[in-house]
Design a protein around this ligand. Structure first.
Ligand SMILES: *[C@@H]1O[C@H](CO)[C@@H](O)[C@H](O)[C@H]1NC(C)=O
Ligand SMILES: *[C@@H]1O[C@H](CO)[C@@H](O)[C@H](O)[C@H]1NC(C)=O
Ligand SMILES: *[C@@H]1O[C@H](CO)[C@@H](O)[C@H](O)[C@H]1NC(C)=O
Ligand SMILES: *[C@@H]1O[C@H](CO)[C@@H](O)[C@H](O)[C@H]1NC(C)=O
Ligand SMILES: *[C@@H]1O[C@H](CO)[C@@H](O)[C@H](O)[C@H]1NC(C)=O
Ligand SMILES: *[C@@H]1O[C@H](CO)[C@@H](O)[C@H](O)[C@H]1NC(C)=O
Ligand SMILES: *[C@@H]1O[C@H](CO)[C@@H](O)[C@H](O)[C@H]1NC(C)=O
Ligand SMILES: *[C@@H]1O[C@H](CO)[C@@H](O)[C@H](O)[C@H]1NC(C)=O
Length: 480
């Protein structure tokens, strides 16, 4: 390069903002990549704007009621992930004391890294988790400040969901002790009548999807293993080590607020996209369109929620908030027909063909990072619209997933992504028809216990009680 060329290049570089230098590519590229937004079920809460429609209500509309279904906030590893991926990697690092990590590029942080999580922390809500749930409480207060505060927040009975509900209440209520938390037992015989109906569904298996996802897991980790084993042959990195290190990026971030495993010099954007797709395949078969019971398990919440919002009972709450685990929100999305890869697809194609095992379908609608990060939340709103140009005054309905309004198939006769009451009623009827009778919860799940039910009635059943007060202080025994 001549000196005049190099100095004009120097000038050009100085004129560019630093960010575009850091992310490389070219003059016009503004490529940026944040691994925390591609971590599926271990992503700290974020709003993926999928789709980018505005979260604000359409002109002339105000929310008059809303119901939220929320996954618990961030935890320090579930027991499966801990035992399968995190602990084996950590104990290998601790055992192989002969490796001088400090000399090994991209892995030198391991020289003085210690595990952020031990067995005693499994399943516990982290500080980041508490913050996430509290922030959602504040967000709900801002979004619905004109509505009555709910008297109760419902939660499945596990500690992580219960504490998430308490944290939300702390952000939501203004004076102490106006909102209670009501625990709903996570039983194996609840039928559809709980916030964890999949646990009472014999045909649901928590390991569904692992065989299918292991195809992509093996494929994408192979070159990464080779690269890392070239750097540190004594460690003998395995598929599960690589997968677990990437998962550690999510868990360590929600425990310590940051993680060296998220560094893009260690794992590239392509590596993260393949990790994400591996998980999306798993969730497709586990809780998504590739699982034959998903819609039947999700429907009771949709149906019960629709009747809470559509009734004109003056005593009814304005807001319903319920906490559950990662399985239920995606199953409700299937019941609703959202994030369906086939929606605008070809005719005869099977839904399973939309998630090939050996290559990534980059244009899929089914993305766990949008659907079930920690604290994922799904809302149905009843809106009162007057003076929305081009639309009659009246009642409209819409669905939000992590604040992003979702267009409902066959329910699009209102402003923005909303539909009219009549449109919503016929949409609901169509969904109920798809997952009831011999396709309803009891039949689809192959339930053998005697007292199953296809409907969810906790919101109207006085038997669930009034719950317990929350208070502003966290208990001392809190782990993080
Ligand atoms: C670590 O060392 C202990 C004791 O030698 C052994 O029992 C354990 O299997 C080792 N773990 C790994 C992951 O190598
Ligand atoms: C069915 O009976 C079991 C055990 O008696 C109970 O725990 C469960 O809640 C019942 N289910 C329903 C839907 O009432
Ligand atoms: C590396 O790990 C794999 C899987 O645990 C094992 O089968 C293999 O024998 C190990 N190789 C060496 C050189 O230790
Ligand atoms: C998709 O695959 C799952 C698991 O093999 C199977 O149960 C389901 O029936 C398949 N779905 C369709 C529509 O073929
Ligand atoms: C997904 O979309 C396809 C194509 O529109 C449709 O045939 C199928 O019923 C949808 N699945 C569900 C569960 O709604
Ligand atoms: C809807 O809004 C209009 C105008 O603000 C108001 O007059 C009406 O009472 C509202 N209806 C309901 C059901 O809230
Ligand atoms: C749907 O809700 C209605 C009204 O609450 C109820 O009568 C019906 O049994 C429910 N159906 C299902 C499948 O949940
Ligand atoms: C729950 O609260 C209502 C209204 O305050 C009260 O009438 C009812 O007795 C309470 N139920 C229980 C089980 O405490």
């Amino acid at each position: 390069m001549s000196s005049s060329q190099s100095s004009s290049l120097g000038l050009l570089l100085k004129a560019l903002p630093l960010a575009s230098l850091a992310s490389a590519a070219t003059l016009n590229s503004n490529y940026k990549f944040n691994p925390l937004e591609h971590l599926g079920g271990v992503a700290p809460y974020f709003e993926s704007k999928d789709p980018v429609a505005s979260p604000d209500v359409p002109q002339g509309c105000t929310a008059s009621r809303a119901a939220y279904l929320v996954r618990h906030a961030a935890i320090a590893a579930n027991d499966f992930d801990y035992e399968t991926y995190l602990e084996p990697f950590v104990s290998k690092v601790e055992n192989k004391t002969n490796i001088d990590w400090s000399k090994i590029p991209t892995l030198n942080f391991l020289a003085d890294w210690s595990a952020p999580v031990g067995e005693e922390d499994e399943e516990m809500l982290t500080r980041v988790g508490r913050l996430e749930a509290t922030r959602l409480g504040v967000d709900l207060f801002f979004r619905y400040s004109h509505l009555k505060l709910p008297k109760k927040v419902y939660t499945s009975s596990a500690e992580r969901t219960h504490k998430s509900a308490q944290s939300l209440v702390r952000g939501f209520e203004f004076d102490d002790n106006t909102m209670n938390v009501v625990d709903i037992y996570e039983g194996k015989k609840s039928g559809a009548d709980s916030l964890t109906p999949y646990k009472a569904c014999p045909k649901y298996s928590s390991s569904a999807g692992s065989d299918e996802s292991s195809v992509m897991k093996k494929k994408y980790t192979k070159p990464i293993m080779a690269r890392l084993n070239d750097l540190a042959p004594e460690f003998n990195f395995t598929t599960n080590d690589v997968y677990g290190m990437m998962e550690m990026c999510g868990y360590e971030s929600v425990i310590r607020g940051k993680s060296p495993f998220c560094d893009l010099d260690l794992f590239t954007p392509d590596d993260w996209l393949a990790w994400e797709y591996t998980e999306d395949v798993r969730y497709h078969y586990n809780v998504g369109y590739g699982n034959e019971v998903a819609g039947a398990v999700g429907l009771p919440w949709l149906n019960a929620t629709a009747s809470l919002l559509m009734n004109n009972d003056k005593e009814a709450e304005d807001l319903y908030v319920s906490f559950t685990h990662r399985e239920l929100p995606p199953m409700v999305l299937v019941a609703m027909g959202l994030f369906n890869n086939s929606q605008f697809g070809g005719v005869a194609e099977s839904i399973n063909d939309t998630m090939p095992l050996d290559r990534i379908n980059y244009r899929r609608a089914w993305k766990a990072s949008s659907i079930l990060p920690f604290l994922t939340n799904l809302a149905v709103e009843r809106l009162n619209c007057t003076g929305s140009y081009g639309y009659e005054d009246g009642e409209y309905y819409r669905v939000l997933v992590n604040s992003a309004p979702q267009p409902l198939d066959q329910c699009a006769d209102g402003p923005g992504t909303t539909c009219s009451r009549a449109g919503f009623e016929s949409y609901l009827q169509e969904r109920v028809n798809m997952f009831s009778g011999d396709k309803g919860f009891t039949a689809a799940c192959g339930v053998e216990y005697k007292n199953s039910t296809d409907t969810l009635s906790i919101y109207t059943d006085s038997g669930v009680g009034n719950g317990t007060i929350v208070g502003k202080r966290h208990e001392k025994s809190y782990h993080f």
